[in-house]
Design a protein around this ligand. Sequence first.
Ligand code: NAD
Length: 245
Amino acid sequence: MKLADKVALITGGAKGIGKETARRFLQEGAKVVICDRDKDAGMTVLKELGEKDRVEFFEVDVTNTFQIEDVIQSSINTHNRIDILINNAGITIDGFLTKMNETDWEKVIAVNLSGVFKFTKAVIPIMMEKGSGVIINASSVVGLYGNIGQTNYAATKAGVIGLTKSWAKEFGPKGIRVNAIAPGFIETDMTSSVPKKILDIMKEKTPLKKLGKPEDIASAYLFLASEDANYINGAILSVDGGLVV
Ligand code: NAD
């Protein structure tokens, strides 16, 4: 049990990578609080995961400070602490720059970048008071290398790298580790709208010759959250089958 009795908040935990991470964390003994704006998916995931006494779902939009404060207060009331925050919620609204309007830019910034800022700002005082904690943010291969048609998404995922490294320096001395993962192309709803032709090209470019699965990223989150990663702080862990090599 790598996370026995740890309390973990997972944003975007109702689907895809977040859902698989919730499952994995539960298997490792954690108490999991799933925060997602999709209530139907949240209810479904609760049924799927079972473990009624150790998993909760809260309808939370990471752009909404009041909802964030509510779920944190409730977690404190129930568990009296928060050990792990996984800032995993993310969206894409793709398009070439010439066709991307300001709303598409701002919506993606609001969720992928400001959501990480808001959630962490709300959780950090609790971790600081305890003198320990782990924060893991979802970046992307696209944040490292850019991508055609993803100006907004790439900017947020590169931004996540900047804030991860800043927080690693700011909160390391307080006993809090902050890291990020940079997944390659993973089979979830997010990539289901990417044309097959593009996914085939990505597969071909990947030395392991396959796309990733949500389980692959859940394993990376678990590793960084666990004591196995006790001396890892400020790292951006690529989990991409070697795509960026
Ligand atoms: P997904 O679309 O399958 O799931 C995302 C989850 O986030 C959904 O449950 C959704 O309801 C939730 N969400 C979206 N906006 C939200 C908001 N405002 N507030 C709360 N919840 C919200 O996506 P995924 O593939 O599982 O991606 C998870 C993370 O990994 C994202 O940050 C994504 O950018 C990143 N990532 C994914 C890939 C990939 O190929 N799938 C690659 C690199 C990085």
